[in-house]
Design a protein around this ligand. Structure first.
Ligand code: OGA
Ligand code: MN
Length: 214
């Protein structure tokens, strides 16, 4: 059963599957298949498509500072960073992620302080080569979160998120609508394989506070 929409303020105080935090701590990654309400997934997908059609998504870059560059051979998605208040659907999503942040802190003591997130659209053939989500000069990103917005995705359409867990076997995860994937940003090498249809998602990062300089 999908949870109801609009989201009640209590949503996700309980429905977080108990294995989620344990898997993350033990294996460095976890997933939950029906994480968002179906109606909310549909609204977020429609918003992402509308933003794409209006030209609001921009080619994503790799690296930071002077090393920042658009390299579509490395990373082919187009993105838009979310802002609080941009739409009711985005606010519902951000509310759910805030509850997830609190739930993860309660079980794993990760000290997650905030969340940043963007829509991402990979058109057919676009991919993202194997990478880590942490920048070399910034270790705040702690837990990576991907939620997929694709109705009726078939495995033969490609587009898997491929995880390379340290000491574990490779995992291919199809970008099926409402599915949540979590992994530890510092250690999980991962890549996005090309697909034969548009691939929509929300990617985000729970971050710790930066260490204070002496
Ligand atoms: C990213 C990323 C994975 C996915 O945006 O950094 O790795 O499945 N996304 O979309
Ligand atoms: Mn990534």
């Amino acid at each position: 059963m999908f949870p109801e929409f609009p989201i009640s303020p209590e949503y996700l105080s309980e429905p977080l599957q108990p294995h989620l935090a344990d898997d993350l701590a033990e294996h460095g990654w976890s997933q939950q298949n029906i994480f968002l309400p179906e109606q909310l997934t549909l609204e977020l997908a429609a918003e992402c498509r509308l933003l794409a059609a209006s030209g609001a998504l921009n080619a994503a870059s790799v690296g930071r500072g002077t090393a920042q560059a658009i390299r579509t051979d490395i990373r082919g998605d187009r993105i838009l960073w979310l802002k609080a208040g941009q739409s009711p659907a985005c606010d519902s999503y951000l509310h759910i992620m805030e509850n997830l942040r609190i739930a993860l802190n309660r079980t794993l003591y990760l000290g997650l302080a905030d969340y940043e997130s963007h829509f991402a659209l990979y058109t057919p053939g676009a991919s993202y080569q194997t990478h880590l989500d942490r920048f070399r000069d910034d270790d705040c990103r702690t837990v990576s979160v991907i939620i997929y917005l694709n109705h009726d995705w078939l495995p033969e359409q490609g587009g898997a998120l491929r995880l390379h867990p340290q000491g574990g076997s490779v995992q291919d995860i199809s970008p099926l609508g409402s599915r949540l994937v979590l992994f530890l940003s510092a250690d999980m090498l991962h890549e996005v394989l090309p697909a034969t249809r548009d691939r929509l998602s929300l990617a985000g990062w729970f971050r710790r506070r930066p260490a204070l300089d002496n």
